[in-house]
Write a protein that binds this ligand. Structure first.
Ligand code: NAP
Length: 248
């Protein structure tokens, strides 16, 4: 379904990003894996994807919080792949803590990666998408950006910003046949959620009607749908994927 398409996935070397890279590749897309560094894990994924799915895969080292690096990376991907049709803004970090003691550096780091990083990569792809009159932008938000989770002032604000950015992007590019949607995951098992500890994880689990935490593949399935032509009439939305947390 995605044959001939090129997907750029930020934070693509592990966690949800890696699952999205594999899912899109399994549907025929070539994949540019954007990672902070071309480390062993990123290069192993690059090799696995090429071998398993027979598509082109390449790692690009880029810190998404740096606008110049984003521009240069997109330019290089266009030169290597010929086009970009799907952009998944997935790179994200947490630096949790109650607001009373949250350090300015931790607030800035989270906003700069999660929100500004999404802006930087979207801006870098804006003109190519506009010119080709086609594109799919998928932004990773979080239920935290909808609920305002305590201890996540920086993270929740960054993700709420991502939702606003999603709507602006959708409006600006709708007439060019470019869609932009956000995914708001609940609790997905990755390195990010490992960091919260066993007790907090158990408490969270108790509030999920589905009775289980999510897997990166659950999110990848939704991302693949939003990357496909089947979702062409969906734009500017935030779709929750949280095992029913919204109704608990
Ligand atoms: P993860 O396992 O911690 O992976 C995060 C990825 O982002 C890593 O590949 C990391 O690269 C990359 N990254 C971080 N800062 C970057 C930067 N400045 N430039 C480029 N790449 C950067 O996290 P995850 O759980 O897969 O989360 C993926 C996305 O889903 C995030 O946006 C997160 O906020 C969102 N989300 C996750 C959950 C969850 O429960 N896991 C819930 C809601 C939303 P390195 O390998 O170089 O560190």
């Amino acid at each position: 379904m995605l044959n001939g398409k090129t997907a750029v996935v930020t934070g693509g070397a592990r966690g949800i990003g890696a699952a999205i890279c594999k899912k899109l590749a399994s549907q025929g897309a070539d994949v540019a894996i954007v990672a902070r560094s071309a480390n062993e894990q990123a290069l192993a994924l690059e090799a696995d994807i090429a071998k398993e799915y027979g598509v082109k895969a390449k790692v690009y080292a880029c810190d998404v919080s740096d606008a110049e690096q984003c521009k240069a990376t997109v330019k290089q991907i266009l030169a290597d792949f010929g086009n970009i049709t799907i952009l998944v803004n997935n790179a994200g970090i947490t630096r949790d803590g109650l607001m009373i003691s949250m350090k300015e550096a931790d607030f800035d780091a989270v906003i700069n990666t999660n929100l500004k990083g999404t802006f930087n990569m979207t801006q870098a792809c804006y003109r190519p998408f506009m010119k080709q009159k086609y594109g799919k932008i998928i932004n990773l938000g979080s239920v935290s950006g909808l609920l305002g989770t305590a201890g996540q002032a920086n993270y929740a604000a960054s993700k709420a910003g991502v939702f606003a950015l999603t709507k602006v992007t959708a409006r600006e590019l709708a007439s060019r046949n470019v869609t932009c949607n956000a995914i708001a995951p609940g609790f997905i098992e990755t390195d990010m959620t490992k960091a919260i500890g066993e007790e907090a994880a158990q408490n969270y689990l108790a509030s999920i009607p589905a009775g289980r935490t999510g897997q990166p593949e659950d999110v990848a399935n939704l991302a693949a749908f939003l990357a496909s032509p089947e979702s062409d009439y969906i734009t500017g939305t935030v779709i929750r994927i949280d095992g029913g947390l919204a109704i608990s």
